[in-house]
Design a protein around this ligand. Structure first.
Ligand code: HEM
Length: 484
């Protein structure tokens, strides 16, 4: 009996301590006297997100809509972790660009000793990020990307080959564009020359046991995650990508005086160590594959629903190609104005990275406010909500590439369009990704026409179990070859 009592009182005390700690954590903004969204016990302001009932972008949108115009930022909580949600584009500009030196961290979990490939730019912070970023910036220069263009063009021709002559009622567009983007990553990031079925298969498996729950917990309690040796990725798959990069680097060393064909060569020239290169090659899969796939699939979906826009775009493609002797050169890509507008509009309406995060690394005084962003504060910029703000984009749910014609763009703040982030920690591969998307789109549309079919999900839904904004089910469309 005495033992039972002891157990009961110990459990009660533990629960009381937990309750008090949770209440204390969720009282952070109140104690600082900062305007905030009232948190729910344990969940903060993201109830339904970790269980996959709603996407994080929806939760952020709701807060943004409720508070916009009332203050430059509002406090909120992701589970127990306090975040500052930015409401004002001027503040976003300071955080991302003009005062980026105060916000150089993201605060994502990484464990390089346990998972060497987590030593990529996206996940690293502090001095490790800083020196890697300085070296990697030499890789993604305009001139290097131009040099890789011929190989990219060569790979993109496979798309037309795969589409072929047939008329198809239900073509899986998501699979088709995944084939193209995976081929590009296999060839340019890993230097693979031919088909490598295992590579294609494993690019889907690195998050095989991905659990929103476990990853949110690792983000909330990085010290505990480290103590319990939390792994973000499937170990056998990580092992494959790590070894593959090392093997390819070894083969590259044996070949003398190769023309520039891969990012592996560029990383080697930038003097990264082998494991660092393996981690950066992996970041093409980690940071690039899903948003590239989603953007091309969403784009064809929108064009299938609006045949007149699709026709206008195809006409531009054929006209511009005609002016460049049918060759997709760097100059030709520059002239594809409407195609670029269409991709931008896709990234606005269906923003794969629906939010950006930063951690304050030095105290920062917010202009026209008595409050300060204190060192260690976590910040979220709700990009998808900004992209759908009716005071910035009228009738925001309508897909209209003309929103990005040059004069319309001039009238908006640069911070109103952030699909690649911005500033010091913006997407390092933006220029390359934009080329990959544009070249892919030209090859998809030049000789083929798309329309909805019985299998097309309209309206499309997002996968609420993923961190990025991607379609819930594969996008399927009917496709037909057209003569130009
Ligand atoms: C449509 C395609 C892509 C989109 C929409 C996209 C978007 C983004 C965004 C929003 C960020 C965070 C920026 C910030 O916090 O300000 C980011 C970071 C990053 N992206 Fe991309 N990305 C794409 C493709 C790629 C590709 C192909 C790579 C290949 C290497 C890549 C590599 C990275 C890396 C390494 C970072 C972290 C940069 C740093 O923190 O220094 N991304 N990307």
């Amino acid at each position: 009996m005495e033992l039972m009592q002891r157990v009961f009182f110990t459990a009660l005390s533990a629960l009381t301590v937990c309750y008090a700690l949770i209440k204390f954590s969720l009282g952070y903004w109140k104690r600082r006297g900062i305007l905030h969204e009232k948190p729910k016990f344990l969940w903060g302001n993201i109830k339904g997100v970790v269980s996959g009932k709603r996407h994080i972008s929806e939760a952020l949108h709701t807060i943004y809509e409720s508070y916009k115009g009332r203050a430059p930022f509002v406090g909120c909580y992701a589970l127990l972790k306090p975040y500052i949600l930015v409401l004002d584009l001027k503040l976003a500009q300071q955080i991302l660009v003009s005062h980026a030196g105060h916000f150089t961290s993201r605060g994502l979990y990484n464990n390089v000793d346990l998972e060497p490939l987590s030593g990529n730019l996206l996940q690293l912070d502090g001095h490790k990020w800083r020196s890697l970023h300085a070296q990697s910036s030499q890789v993604f220069t305009n001139s290097n990307i131009q040099k890789l263009l011929p190989r990219l063009l060569q790979l993109s021709r496979q798309l037309q080959f795969r589409l072929g002559e047939q008329k198809l009622q239900g073509l899986n567009i998501s699979k088709l564009v995944n084939g193209y983007n995976t081929d590009v990553i296999a060839a340019l990031a890993y230097g693979l020359l031919g088909e490598e079925p295992q590579f294609n298969q494993l690019t889907h498996c690195y998050w095989q046991n991905f659990s929103l729950w476990r990853n949110y917990l690792a983000l909330e309690f990085p010290l505990l995650a480290r103590l319990f040796q939390h792994r973000s990725y499937e170990p056998s798959v990580m092992d494959y990508f790590h070894k593959l990069a090392l093997t390819q680097l070894d083969q590259q060393r044996r070949r003398d005086r190769q023309p520039l064909q891969t990012f592996l060569q560029l990383y080697t020239q930038a003097e990264l160590r082998e494991t660092q290169i393996a981690a950066q090659a992996f970041s093409f899969i980690l940071a690039g594959l899903s948003p590239l796939n989603a953007t091309l699939s969403f784009c064809l979906y929108e064009l299938a629903l609006q045949p007149e826009l699709q026709e206008r775009l195809r006409t531009e493609i054929n006209k511009v190609l005609g002016q460049h002797k049918g060759e997709l050169t760097a100059e030709c890509l520059q002239d594809l104005i409407y195609a670029k507008q269409t991709l931008k509009e896709t990234l606005r309406l269906h923003t794969p990275y629906a939010f950006l995060i930063r951690r304050t690394t030095k105290d920062f005084e917010v202009a026209k406010s008595v409050f300060m962003l204190a060192r260690g504060n976590n910040i979220v910029i709700p990009v998808a909500a900004i992209h759908r703000d009716p005071s910035i984009y009228a009738d925001p749910l309508r897909f209209d590439p003309d929103r990005f014609n040059p004069s319309a763009e001039l009238n908006r703040s640069a911070m109103s369009f952030l699909p690649f982030g911005a500033g010091l920690r913006g997407c390092i591969a933006q220029q390359f990704a934009e080329k990959q998307l544009l070249i892919g789109l030209v090859n998809l549309l030049q000789h083929h026409k798309y329309a909805p079919c019985a299998e097309t999900q309209i309206p499309l839904q997002y996968d609420t179990r993923k961190l990025l904004l991607v379609p819930k089910v594969d996008i399927q469309l009917s496709v037909e070859r057209v003569s130009c």
